[in-house]
Design a protein around this ligand. Sequence first.
Ligand code: DI6
Ligand code: FE
Length: 405
Amino acid sequence: MPIAHEKSLLWRSVTVFDGAQTLPRPMAVLVEAGRIAHLSPMEEFDEAIAAGAVEASGGGVMTPGLIDCHSHLVYAGNRADEFEQRLEGVGYAEIAKAGGGILSTVRATRMASEEQLLAQSLPRLQALLADGVSTLEIKSGYGLTTADELKMLRVARKLGELLPVRIITTLLAAHALPPEFADDSDGYIELVCNEIIPAAAAEGLADAVDVFCEHIGFSPAQCERVFQAAKAHGLPIKAHAEQLSNQGASVLAARYQGLSADHIEFLDEAGVRAMATAGMVATLLPGAFHTLRETQLPPIALLRQYGVPVALASDANPGTAPICFPTLILNLACTLFRLTPREALAGMTAEAARALGRPDLGRIEVGAPADLCLWDVQQPAELAYAVQPGRLRQRIFNGAITYAR
Ligand code: DI6
Ligand code: FE
């Protein structure tokens, strides 16, 4: 990680989206020692405050660094062949049942060395960074043995040492049933609870624990055992919930103070209510919805009605979302789910930060860590409106400019 810039940095006349809303007047932003030290409308800006500061840039739109709170970025190989099969009419669940899908990526990931996994994941991470990502959650889930799950998490941590980005790791050992346990899913869950979670916790490799609660994944009862083991090791939980059917995973996750329920196309009102009461975040993954050509929309109106915070993420993965383009995700959330551009941007900044249990991130306010993006657009809504790479003028990570054009 780069250390904070030794001098303070000043931006003048920027339009600021602060994580929740667009501020009404052009702003001055001063960054010092890795944090936002000052923020004020230009006409109230006191030059004395910025004495000795380096003029970083002027004009444009400034947002918090984007936060991608749900990804499966670390994996080996790809699934272009299955993409072609699906175009011929074979379903996602059908491919999974035939031993393809997640398990085909498991085979490739197990065969890859740590170095190979790192080399294959790096370009995907670079693509995310080039489009504004500052904080990225990366899940395991393509190893499904203790050694291979830990290998994935180590690669995720290593990515955060190689590039200027905050990586938050999630253990997703309960992602699919490995072939060795084909007739014994409870036996695999036992391994997850008694060996994989304790090992990941002991090595400090996981910041949270996730499950895939689905008829092609694990049952609510099995997921509950995973949640109990996670809690016993002091790890927060979250869930792939209600993606293809309503299994009640969101209600279950709420009982374990889950950080978020993700996907949730099939979530019902009882689930929304439980999430609201537990203070959970709803993480929408429009990239997977798009790739799978889903038709069941997540219950956006209910989420708004109950005040459940909505986050957006890439779900970057080889099967259902081979997409490393966060501003495209903003666009898909608006076009497919009818989120407003304001909701979409909040979903990839302040709300995504909450989904990661890091409410200190994803905001432009005095005292916040200075992870920022300066975009060559006139207004924040353009980031969701147009699908166009290359609009990032500057990327500021931890108070230092890590990319400038
Ligand atoms: N839901 C998803 O969208 C990803 N995992 C999951 O449980 C898909 C993972 C894959 O197909 O490789
Ligand atoms: Fe996922």
